[in-house]
Design a protein around this ligand. Structure first.
Ligand SMILES: [Fe+2]
Ligand SMILES: [Fe+2]
Length: 156
């Protein structure tokens, strides 16, 4: 039932389309390089991470990597590569500031673009061809943890 499979994965496909457009936007801000462009890039990366990216990464890690590796251990290296790139995206998005923006924006855009292309061309086609209807339903039934604690301890 390819149509159903496309439906269950369509949120991820849609977010990948957004990720490719966002990576291009960030790359052009980094290339432009003015203080204002870099500040805008930093603001956009932080906002994107909080609004969408962290939840997207968690969904892939918790609903897709495990079942895919259980189907065949040969998928382990692909999932390791993708997970490693998730770590790099998180690391940049949670530490970027104006002083590191020239290198960090360029790296973030490059990693996000290349990562998303691999997921669209290799990773999601494998998921769509192998997953059971129940495993695909679990993709829709997922609540991510917040990007940061709802309340921060005051130390008192
Ligand atoms: Fe990913
Ligand atoms: Fe993704």
């Amino acid at each position: 039932m390819p149509d159903d499979r496309r439906t269950q994965l369509q949120k991820l496909h849609r977010e990948h389309d957004e990720a490719l457009a966002f990576a291009a936007q960030i790359a052009s801000l980094a290339a432009e390089g003015s203080d204002a462009s870099l500040a805008e890039g930093v603001r956009l990366v932080r906002e994107y991470y909080d609004r969408e990216l962290e939840a997207h990464l968690q969904l892939e890690e918790q609903r897709l990597f495990g079942p895919l590796i259980r189907y065949d251990k040969s998928h382990f290296s692909l999932c390791m590569r993708l997970g490693n790139e998730h770590g790099k995206l998180r690391s940049i998005a949670t530490s970027i500031e104006q002083a590191t923006a020239p290198d960090d924006l360029r790296a973030f855009a490059q990693i996000l673009n290349d990562h998303t292309v691999v997921e669209e061309q290799e990773f999601l086609p494998l998921v769509a061809s192998l997953f059971t209807p129940e495993e695909l339903d679990a993709v829709l039934d997922f609540s991510p943890l917040p990007t940061r604690p709802a309340s921060v301890a005051t130390g008192r």
